[in-house]
Write a protein that binds this ligand. Sequence first.
Ligand code: NAP
Length: 280
Amino acid sequence: MKADYLKGQTVWVSGASSGLGKAIAKAFVQAGCHVAAGARSYRQEEGTQGETGLKLYLDVTNAESVARFKEKAVSAFGAPDVLINCAGILTLAPFETYTLEEIHQVMDTDFYGMVRMCKAAIGPMREKGGGKIVCLSSINGLLGIPYQGAYTAAKHAVEGFAECLAMEVKPFGIQVMLIEPGDHRSGASMYRRHGAGVTRSPLYHPSFENVTQTISHDETHGSDPDRLGRKLAALVGRRRLPMRRCIASPGQKAAVVLHGLLPGRLFSTLIAAYYHTYRR
Ligand SMILES: NC(=O)c1ccc[n+]([C@@H]2O[C@H](COP(=O)([O-])OP(=O)(O)OC[C@H]3O[C@@H](n4cnc5c(N)ncnc54)[C@H](OP(=O)(O)O)[C@@H]3O)[C@@H](O)[C@H]2O)c1
């Protein structure tokens, strides 16, 4: 069923130039979809077809860029059947050294960027009679990790936003699904930036190094993004989508369950120990 059902469907993917977005766009192209693939680094290749589909320049932090992406995608393939929100950045820093601009940039990309894309897609989907919206959250949408405050806040916002949206647009035949990935080998470590102030402040050393090394190790040894892409294509190919799907290692799934079960301080102590947060 699933691949056949997807054949000929129009799919928009934000953040399609790297990592999970790239793998997802490729999986939908392979399933026979018309994919409008958006990213900032597609500026030079604008309008060309590749393994991720039709490459279009897209900056989700810029409303005009989102409007231009929509215009070009609709003119190429018509209204979207599926929107997959993958565009994201992660800036690591202790809260004390994060600048407000850095926090704002993460929120503007990971949360407001998703909001802009949903606003662009919902009207055409409703007029078409339905559609599917996939929001890339994270394990960090469900629990916190030190030095990922801005990212974790953005992903918690994504979780709440998507739950509300799902109820509002269901009567129009639009389904909303959250994907909560654990560590996957993403395309570009350049997106895992360290806040500018962290190198200037000795206050959180060596704790910050311990945590970022653990994060880097877990991502390097993480799951295969192409596998997630194929899983997501199979899920979206279903008639009815689940509200959320956590695609993570058994250990990470266990952490999510324990987060709901254990007293908060005990859980935080275990997470801090895993990341060697207090080791001096
Ligand atoms: N990898 C993981 O382990 C993991 C785990 C949990 C959740 N996730 C989520 O999955 C999504 C993809 O993560 P990833 O690790 O695969 O990322 P990645 O390899 O770092 O790629 C990020 C993508 O987002 C795009 N992007 C960034 N800012 C953008 C903007 N302003 N406008 C449009 N596109 C923008 C980048 O393209 P350009 O720079 O070309 O614009 C790139 O294609 C994110 O939402 C992330 O939070 C990933």
